[in-house]
Design a protein around this ligand. Structure first.
Ligand code: IVH
Length: 709
């Protein structure tokens, strides 16, 4: 079965935008700007996009067209004013001395021709004849800058907003494809090489199999898996994930004269031991470029790693300099994006699914269609804002994507003449499962069933989560059994699990004597789960495994966590205002609190956790620390937990209020700043000495020049 997808038609979009009056344009911007910002954040900060790249690009194009027609309507918060997104605050900032830019897009061969014409026109007599371009696979991972000083890797940062990204040197060091020492001579005194960290498809599949075997969530696609892994705080997690790297550009060079073409520059990086894509080619003129793009397009599913397009760059670096930049992208390069694996079909109906936290998700029920070899009949629409953004209507034609994703999604809507006559999607005002009222939180796109205690859909999903491996790990508590227990009204809340009797169980379908006994045993054993797992099991919104562990380590006991104020919670590493508020309001809710009491009464132990550095006699209260670089034995997260447990504070950046900078190997700009501000700099040994009780670090434990530049 093969389907043809109506290609994106820029002239239709232009015509639509051309037909808007000022008021309609402003109204559309009110939808587009916040939504595109939200999607950029999902993509860059959370590595969990809800729309595919091409749909994003088309919506972005719509935004640009509207802004070009009505410049007075351009909002300050428009994504056209920005590159990428702010760094996540748990990692240390990484400053790019030369900004890392993004690329403008070409959506078709015609747009590549236009690009080439533009280049020729701009350059005029500077470049008579056809231009030469480097054509490269557009690797689908995460952009990274590597900094080498005299051949030694001393820094690595994500792109972030282009000027400041996140310091991920600790993870980058675990990637085998990235040399920690360059080879050959002479080498530049300082070099920043840019490239992409990505995951091979084979590595991705194997990693997901391991995750599933351990009862963890599989990653959605290789790109998100790579991006999520690079921004891991814990390098040991990153080390077991199959990341690799290829360089595609030079940022800054000191003490070395680079050759005059991009292709030669990449070859030079290659000669120093940095991997460079062997499929990069040089093509002449627009036709040559389009042929090279088409060749890559044919190969792209056989490469074994994800690419989402081709990047076309003017090869002559001198010409690049003449061409320069437009706001945030070089004028001399363009990204051609290949369409994702996609197919067009009819949307029959939108139904609503209720999840564990009561979130009500719109689901597109589709006329079954083959997408890259898999029949798809349902796809997620995520939330109400997305439905409005895409203008989804019952009976309309939609393009469905898989693009390596586990869950298929609705990409764009194919707008035809009948579109405006079709019924829009009506969102429920009561829960489709239990009839309770539906709430929409301010600033949140999600509708939620307000019945947090007895909505059967939420209860079912909560029970599945409660019994899962990363939570209470209750063998034998499968989905079928949960359906029966909830359906028969035997289990109406989590704690009812521990009220189950042998008699309750043996009456159920496919439940023999043995299985009933085994389940009761498993339930009994689950009462002893460590604090962090029992916390995970409670299903507090936004409190997954990692946060539960941070909480348990920092606070030590259920009682302490229940009594914690928002401020106490904010002092725990890795917990921000939203999560702190979720935890506080969970325990402040009388029904949930009663439920926790019941679990305790029924024997769930929530055993006290050994607080990080519980043996510490030091009192670091009132002291603010910043941690930077790679410490010899401690992970940064461990050092942070220890400081917090001793009552100190840990900040992300150095300021006059910082008391101590804990500096490890390859400490960079933070160390410079601390020195400039006269902030005491200590090393790991100094920190440990303080934790062991010495209020001031012994002089000998202060970091010496070995950690600095
Ligand atoms: S060149 C100034 N080359 O595409 C030039 N980028 O928007 C900047 N990408 O996330 C980039 N493969 O990480 C370039 N061969 C390639 C690339 C490439 C993938 C990514 C890059 C960034 C995005 C650019």
């Amino acid at each position: 079965m093969s389907t043809t997808v109506t290609p994106f038609d820029p002239s239709l979009l232009a015509a639509r935008v051309g037909g808007l009056d000022r008021e309609e344009a402003a109204a559309r911007l009110d939808v587009l700007v916040p939504e595109l910002n939200r999607h950029a954040k999902l993509y860059y900060t959370h590595d969990a996009p809800e729309i595919d790249d091409r749909t994003y690009d088309i919506l972005y194009r719509e935004l640009e067209l509207i802004e070009a027609r009505f410049p007075a309507l351009v909002r300050d918060d428009s994504p056209t004013n920005r590159v990428g997104d702010a760094p996540i605050d748990s990692l240390q900032p990484f400053v790019h001395r030369v900004p890392m830019l993004s690329l403008s897009n070409a959506m078709s061969a015609e747009e590549v021709v236009e690009f080439d014409k533009r280049m020729q026109k701009e350059l005029g007599d500077e470049a008579p004849g056809e231009l030469r371009y480097s054509v490269e696979p557009k690797l689908d991972g995460l952009a990274i800058e590597l900094v080498y000083e005299h051949g030694t890797l001393v820094g690595a940062g994500t792109r972030g907003n282009g000027e400041v990204g996140e310091d991920v040197l600790h993870v980058v060091r675990t990637i085998r494809a990235i040399p920690t020492k360059l080879v050959g001579a002479p080498l530049p005194a300082r070099l920043s090489a840019r490239g992409e960290i990505f995951m091979t498809l084979e590595g991705f599949t194997a990693m997901n199999e391991r995750l599933v075997a351990r009862g963890e969530e599989p990653k959605k696609n290789p790109r998100n898996a790579a991006a999520g892994t690079v921004r891991q705080l814990d390098p040991s997690v990153a080390a077991e994930r199959p990341l690799t790297f290829m360089a595609y550009a030079v940022g800054e060079v000191e003490g070395f004269v680079m050759p005059g073409t991009h292709a030669e520059q990449l070859a030079t990086l290659g000669s120093w031991g940095l991997p460079v894509n062997p499929l990069n080619t040089v093509a002449v003129g627009a036709d040559g470029v389009n042929a090279a793009i088409a060749r890559l397009g044919e190969q792209r599913f056989e490469l074994g790693y994800p690419i989402d397009g081709a990047v076309v760059k003017v090869d002559d670096v001198h010409l690049q300099d003449i061409l320069g930049f437009v706001s945030k992208a070089p004028r001399w390069a363009v990204a051609f994006k290949y369409p994702a694996e996609e197919a067009e079909t009819t949307l029959l109906e939108v139904t609503f699914q209720v999840g564990r936290t009561g979130a009500i998700t719109p689901v597109a029920n589709l006329e079954p269609v083959d997408v890259g070899g898999v029949t798809v009949s349902r796809a997620t629409l995520h939330n109400e804002d997305q439905v409005r953004l895409l203008d989804v209507r019952t009976g309309c034609r939609v393009v469905v994507h898989r693009a390596g994703d586990v869950i298929p999604r609705v990409g764009r809507v194919v707008v035809d003449e009948a579109h405006v006559t079709r019924p829009t999607v009506v969102f429920p005002t009561t829960c489709p499962e239990c009839g309770s009222e539906v709430e929409r939180e301010a600033d949140q796109a999600v509708l939620r069933c307000s019945n947090t205690v007895s909505c059967p859909a939420q209860l079912r999903a909560s029970l599945i989560h409660f019994g899962s491996r990363t939570a209470m790990d209750i063998d034998g508590l499968g989905e079928k059994l949960i359906d029966q227990l909830v359906g028969a009204g035997i289990v109406r809340r989590l704690s009812d699990l521990y009220r189950l009797t042998y008699e309750d169980l043996v009456g159920l379908d496919r439940m023999g004597r043995r299985s009933a006994e085994n389940l009761l045993d498993a339930l009994e054993r689950s009462k002893e789960r460590p604090l962090e797992r029992a916390l995970t099991a409670l299903g507090i919104r936004e409190v997954g495994e990692a946060t539960a562990r941070d909480l348990a380590l920092a606070m030590g006991s259920l009682a302490a966590i229940r009594a914690a104020t928002t401020e106490d919670l904010l002092a725990v590493g890795g917990i921000g205002p939203t999560v702190a508020e979720r935890i506080r309001s969970f325990f402040a809710d009388p029904r949930r609190s009663a439920e926790v009491d019941d679990l305790v009464t029924l024997g769930v132990r929530f055993p006290d956790a050994e607080r990080a550095a519980a043996s510490s006699t030091a009192d670091l209260s009132g002291k603010t620390f910043v941690i930077t670089g790679t410490l010899p034995t401690l992970k940064r997260s461990e050092a942070k937990d220890m400081i917090l447990a001793a009552g100190g504070k840990v900040a992300g950046s150095v300021s006059a209020r910082t008391d101590y900078l804990v500096a490890g190997e390859a400490a960079g700009s933070k160390l410079e700043k601390a020195t400039a501000l006269n902030v005491a700099v200590i090393d790991e040994a100094g920190l440990l000495a303080m934790l062991a009780g010495g209020a001031e670090p012994p002089e000998s434990a202060r970091a010496d020049g070995s950690v600095g530049p």
